[in-house]
Design a binder for this molecule. Structure first.
Ligand code: ADP
Ligand code: MG
Length: 324
């Protein structure tokens, strides 16, 4: 009987043999504890969190919003939340986030440009970018001294607000169009350290805006204004359009989500090649699960095998397992 983690490790091994640089495979957490069952497999996406209360708060900036996320509903859907009990998944995210946080918080002259900007992408749609982004954000928000902002930058297929059971609202695109200022579209939450930046209203030039000079200026401002804040970008896939590559070129770190047993190796290779110049890359194997019909495991399970692929193209020596 092969555990989800072992399968993930095997898959990483296959990728490595196919020439994809995924770094040393680090089997996540322990495979001894069975992953707890989550939402029934038949309707993973159907469960919708109860609408949260959206209140305009008279905060110091006069107009920042605050919402209460329905944490019980999110937990029931299989997302990490601060109140969730210790699970295999929580442990796995703890391992995944550690090098990301460490790299993000590196200080000093040699430190990486925009190290606190972390892009979550994949070769193709549907590989778990949004799922991973939210869980990573939750996991980092649970960390004592880090605040985190989750940005829905998959402007053509936004899903953050829906995933959280929230109604559509203004966001990134409106800021880029100068129709709203940043403070007015940010949403504070009942997860203390977590702030949300939605993608904003649907826009015919959404993808061009994402690759625009205005976006790069905004990213630079975000990286520098909040150097102690980790900003996670749920981003478009790399292989269908080009804006994701442009976005990647402004990010300090890039996490490439690979859906176990689904993403073709050639797609993974192309995706990694597309972000060749990004100094820090990590490949995360998502949804490693047993083959359908094998009668074992969680058909809709969450095994996270992952490997760190820290390519060091800048020669600055920011290795994943380097300075603590
Ligand atoms: N590890 C996982 N465990 C359970 N469900 C997952 C996992 N990864 C992704 N999903 C589900 O698969 C679907 C597609 O994932 P999503 O994150 O929306 O993909 P993407 O953002 O890459 O298009 C969603 O319903 C999501 O909840
Ligand atoms: Mg998505």
């Amino acid at each position: 009987m092969t555990s989800l983690i072992e399968q993930a490790a095997q898959r990483l091994e296959q990728l490595k043999q196919a020439g994809v640089d995924v770094g040393p495979a680090t089997p996540a957490a322990t495979s001894a504890a069975p992953a707890p069952a989550v939402a029934p497999p038949a309707q993973p996406a159907a469960a919708v969190a109860a609408p949260a209360v959206v209140t305009a708060r008279s905060a110091s900036d006069g107009h920042s919003k605050r919402i209460d996320l329905d944490l019980d509903a999110l937990t029931a859907q299989g997302f990490l939340t601060p109140q969730a009990p210790r699970t295999v998944m929580a442990d796995q995210y703890r391992n995944i986030k550690r090098p990301l946080i460490r790299n993000a918080m590196q200080k000093g002259a040699s430190s990486l440009n925009h190290a606190n900007l972390i892009m979550v992408t994949s070769a193709l749609p549907g590989e778990g970018k949004s799922f991973t982004s939210l869980n990573l954000a939750m996991s980092i928000a649970a960390e004592f001294d880090n605040t985190v902002m989750l940005v829905d930058a998959d402007v053509a297929r936004p899903s953050m607000l829906r995933m959280l059971g929230l109604p559509p609202g203004p966001g990134l695109l409106d800021v880029l169009e100068k129709e709203a200022d940043m403070a007015s579209v940010l949403i504070k939450t009942n997860v203390d350290k977590l702030t949300l930046l939605p993608s904003g209203r649907a826009h015919s030039r959404a993808t061009e805006l994402l690759a625009s000079d205005a976006m790069s200026a905004l990213l630079d401002d975000m990286a520098k204004r909040y150097p102690d804040r980790i900003i996670i970008f749920d981003s478009p896939p790399l292989l269908l359009t080009t804006e994701s590559r442009v976005l990647a070129s402004h990010m300090g770190q890039v996490v490439v989500v690979v859906q176990a047993e689904r993403t073709p190796q050639s797609a993974v290779q192309q995706a990694v090649a597309a972000i060749e110049n990004c100094p820090l890359k990590m490949v995360l194997l998502n949804q490693a699960s047993s083959k359908p019909g094998s009668g074992y495991g969680y058909g809709y399970g969450y095994g996270y095998g992952y490997g760190y692929g820290y390519g060091e193209t800048d020669g600055a020596g920011h290795a994943g397992s380097g300075k603590a």
